[in-house]
Design a protein around this ligand. Structure first.
Ligand code: F6R
Length: 242
């Protein structure tokens, strides 16, 4: 795993955006695996800025997002589809018909999860998969468990994740209790994995991801087995890494 040190959130965001933009420049029709949450917002803003300056072209890029809350439609302001549209897609020249987010409203959700996996596989899996990391070491919504997940699946969110994500809702009661998430095996199929982390709350998870035992009780620890993982983290997130 390559560890890139950033001074702070802005520096982390610019470094992450630089790596993503290099991917787009090297392979204009690349497949990006994308994440939501607070961590990548600054990187997305930077990408939008570079696009507006004429430095980046998203016209041939396609994307697959990691996850979506169950029960939220794409126009719900807390849905991950809405997040992606408002933070990135609406501001660049990506073809939205080539941007994919699991369908939070799928009735036959098992079929929808299988179809999502088939689509990611048919696209050849992401050239670059961007990940944040949960305080408990989750990636996507793959929560600590006694096994690693494979494909896209329905997840019961843990209390710690519900609480962490409640900051974005009016009250904790409004946070959905379930989500759809790409599985760990699908994530591991990406050609490059780019993890971004900032803040002291992530320090333990970042330590366990990089140096702890490879165990489903810290899902991110499996990234030690990927041959091309890059972590970009600020000083606070790296504070337990020595
Ligand atoms: C989001 C996702 C999650 C987040 C993680 C960190 O699509 O898959 O795994 O990356 O919960 O969230 P933030 O960045 O809000 O700390």
């Amino acid at each position: 795993m390559t560890i890139v040190r950033a001074h702070d959130y802005n520096d982390m965001s610019r470094k992450v955006a630089n790596i993503i933009s290099a991917q787009i420049i090297l392979k204009p029709n690349c497949v990006l695996g994308l994440a939501t949450g607070s961590t990548p917002i600054g990187a997305y803003q930077q990408l939008v800025e570079w696009y507006k300056k004429g430095d980046l072209d998203f016209s041939q890029v396609s994307s697959y997002n990691l996850d979506e809350y169950r029960g939220l439609a794409g126009d719900h302001p807390q849905s991950y589809r809405y997040f992606m549209d408002t933070n990135l897609f609406d501001h660049v020249n990506i073809d939205k018909s080539k941007t994919f987010v699991p369908d939070g409203m799928a009735e036959d959700y098992e079929a929808a999860c299988a179809a999502y996996d088939a689509a990611v596989a048919a696209a050849g899996y992401p050239d670059l998969q961007l990940l944040g990391i949960g305080n408990n070491g989750h990636i996507g919504f793959n929560e600590p468990d006694d096994h690693f997940s494979r494909g896209t699946h329905l997840v019961d969110l843990t209390e710690s994740t519900i609480e962490a994500n409640s900051r974005l809702f009016d009250s904790i009661d409004e946070v959905p209790r379930q989500a759809f998430s790409m599985g760990v095996q699908t994530i591991m199929n990406a050609k490059m994995i780019l993890v971004a982390a900032n803040g002291e709350k992530k320090a333990q998870a970042v330590h366990d991801m990089c140096f702890g035992p490879i165990t489903p009780s810290c899902p991110a620890s499996i990234l030690q087995l990927h041959t091309n993982t890059v972590l970009v983290a600020d000083e606070e997130a790296l504070s337990k890494c020595g």
